[in-house]
Write a protein that binds this ligand. Structure first.
Ligand SMILES: Nc1ncnc2c1ncn2[C@@H]1O[C@H](COP(=O)(O)OP(=O)(O)O)[C@@H](O)[C@H]1O
Ligand SMILES: [Mg+2]
Length: 212
């Protein structure tokens, strides 16, 4: 089993969207643990279960018991245990708890100054805990020079910190439409660009996890 934490101490950068897509798009049985009190991913999975969908399922319990939840998931035959983390800037308690059980961290960010500024803080924690990681620029627009600049800067940051640089995700309405239908883009509109990009992210992740 592999434990994947999706983290960035800023809100609204796509953590929940990506955590859900990774769990839904995972090649095998997956389980989500929602470490965010807002409960976005918890509700997403609970509603899907009500709708009769059983993958991913939900790890329910307190973050203090995360190690036990991970052990239980392993016993249950879960292959990918995905942790959606909260935006925390004043404290890093939940982030550290998630990373201390993680095999890999996905760090989504938008290409805006406010979001990118906070990223080194999260990378520091990831590196302190020695977790392999990758950055993905979300809501990327390759026509904008600012985005291209940020992309180059982040590639350099990743190169200097031993991380992976995922293919970016564009700002596509299908991700929001899919969430309304309690689905991810991969299920909601399989031939959409959003589905293609998320599938690529999952494939990259499969490749990275093989080496861990
Ligand atoms: N690539 C994208 N294209 C369009 N909308 C997106 C994309 N990624 C995320 N969103 C939307 O942005 C909002 C914030 O995303 P979310 O995943 O909840 O961020 P976080 O968990 O980091 O706070 C949500 O409404 C989500 O549907
Ligand atoms: Mg979230």
């Amino acid at each position: 089993m592999k434990v994947i934490a999706v983290c960035h101490q800023k809100g609204g950068v796509g953590k929940s969207t990506i955590a859900q897509a990774v769990a839904v798009g995972s090649p095998k049985k997956s389980r989500i643990f929602d470490a965010d009190a807002q409960g976005t991913s918890g509700k997403f999975v609970t509603q899907r279960i009500t709708d009769g969908r059983n993958n991913p399922d939900l790890a329910s319990g307190r973050i203090e018991n995360l190690r036990l939840l991970v052990e239980q998931a392993e016993k249950d035959g879960v292959e990918w245990f995905v942790i959606d983390t909260p935006p925390e800037q004043a404290t890093e308690v939940n982030l550290r708890a998630a990373l201390s059980v993680a095999d890999f961290a996905i760090l989504p960010t938008k290409a805006s100054a406010n979001d990118v500024e906070v990223l080194p803080k999260t990378i520091n924690v990831v590196r302190q805990l020695d977790v392999p990681f990758g950055i993905v620029i979300n809501e990327f627009d390759g026509r904008r020079s600012l985005h291209k600049q940020v992309s180059n800067d982040l590639k350099e940051l990743v190169a200097n910190n031993g991380g992976h640089f995922f293919a970016p995700l564009r700002n596509l309405a299908v991700h929001q439409e899919a969430t309304f239908a309690r689905e991810c883009a991969i299920e909601y509109a399989p031939s959409s660009n959003g589905a293609r990009e998320m599938t690529l992210l999952v494939r990259e992740l499969v490749g990275l996890l093989k080496g861990i």
